[in-house]
Design a protein around this ligand. Structure first.
Ligand code: ACO
Length: 333
């Protein structure tokens, strides 16, 4: 494809709630243990909001940090894309709140609901807007508050121990040097919809949610952990190879893979299948758990801040999650 422009990531940032919930804290609400959670997921603690508000409040702070990093001012942002499945309200999405709170112009603002893959989806959409010349400075955010949707009784323990709250953001700009989003690849396979989903409130039902549905716990996320695991360890390597092949890169050319932080055992399995050590596969899941659409921009920012990659290095973002959907982005930083 002939590109009119190239897209660079000009700045990144993240924000997580102050409240730390350790595995031992979960033991007071459900029958679980620190050992079980660490062994099965690598998670030691996660952040859950206390009184900060919904996903928009985390998104706004992450956006401020990314804008400061990129040295862009509110009047320069000309598009907002928010990746989230946990918007403050059923509608509208949080991008409208972000536009207002940051004092942006009357610019386009929309949400993308693609679960764990949504930040890479949002990056891909933003990349097309920059390449076409339609936008100059795009704010892309991944933000989630999962904690208020979890069943923290023993009934929901296979899901609720895994998830955390947080937000991460990036500023996309026209590249003026050789830093560039080289490619993005997006996939979905809807037949697995009910292997990881949250059913209600549902427009499919006239009353959307009933007392009976609440009693049955149909307002909580449901996951078939084994099916998620089986598909994730196959799709992550596939979509990483797709990113490398499209850019004639080998794994030796890649400085760091930043995967969606689903589960440490998934990342370890991906590293093994890719033939690399965990040094090349960034992980911070022990601190934050799985923050869905926020996990990649949080991980990207921490990896950059820890010096895991630098200007000119090739990195790959890779995601897998509900839908099922999976995606990758190859980036020359
Ligand atoms: N604490 C203690 N025991 C638990 C817990 C818990 N939090 N959750 C489940 N158990 C119990 C189960 O009840 C079961 O008990 P039983 O044998 O008496 O019936 C036992 O542990 C084993 O349960 P399984 O579900 O079979 O456990 P499994 O070994 O499959 O591990 C896990 C579960 C960790 C969820 C695993 O399937 C997994 O890693 N899946 C990937 C899912 C994932 O990472 N999802 C993230 C979201 S999706 C994404 O981001 C890609």
């Amino acid at each position: 494809m002939e590109h009119l422009q190239k897209t660079a990531i000009a700045g990144i940032g993240f924000h997580v709630p102050d409240r730390i919930v350790k595995n031992s804290d979960l033991e007071q609400w459900m029958d679980t243990s620190d050992e079980w959670i660490i062994e099965r997921s690598g998670i030691k603690e996660r952040r859950w909001i206390a009184n900060e508000g919904g996903a928009s409040s985390l998104a706004i702070q992450a956006a401020k940090n990314a804008m400061e990093d990129a040295k862009v001012t509110p009047d320069e942002i000309d598009l907002v894309i928010c990746a989230t499945i946990t918007s403050d309200y059923f509608f509208p999405g949080i991008s409208a709140q972000v536009q207002e709170a940051l004092g942006l112009g009357l610019v386009g603002a929309f949400d993308i609901k693609a679960a764990c893959s949504a930040f890479v989806y949002a990056l891909s959409v933003g990349d097309q807007f920059i390449k076409s010349g339609q936008s100059k400075n795009i704010l892309v955010i991944g933000a989630e508050v999962q904690s208020t949707a979890l069943d923290i009784s023993t009934r929901g323990r296979n899901v609720s121990v895994l998830f955390g709250d947080g937000a991460g953001a990036a500023i996309l700009k026209r590249s003026l040097d050789d830093s560039e989003i080289l490619s993005t690849h997006l996939h979905s396979e809807g037949r697995f919809l009910k292997e990881l989903w949250l059913e209600a409130p549902a427009s499919k039902y006239k009353s959307r949610i009933t007392k009976k549905m609440l009693d049955e716990g149909r307002q909580y996320p449901i996951m078939n952990g084994r099916e998620v695991f089986r598909n994730a360890v196959r799709r992550f390597p596939q979509v990483i190879h797709e990113a490398m092949d499209a850019n004639h890169l080998t794994i030796d050319d890649i400085t760091q893979i930043i995967p969606h932080q689903a589960n440490l055992r998934i990342s370890q399995s991906v590293a093994k299948r890719m033939g690399v050590s965990m040094d090349k596969v960034f992980s911070n899941i022990h601190k934050y758990g799985n923050t869905t659409a926020a996990s990649i921009p949080i991980a990207l920012t921490e990896a950059r801040n820890e010096g895991k990659f630098k200007r000119g290095d090739h990195i790959i973002l890779a995601a897998f999650g509900a839908g099922f959907r999976w995606a990758s982005a190859a980036i020359k930083w």
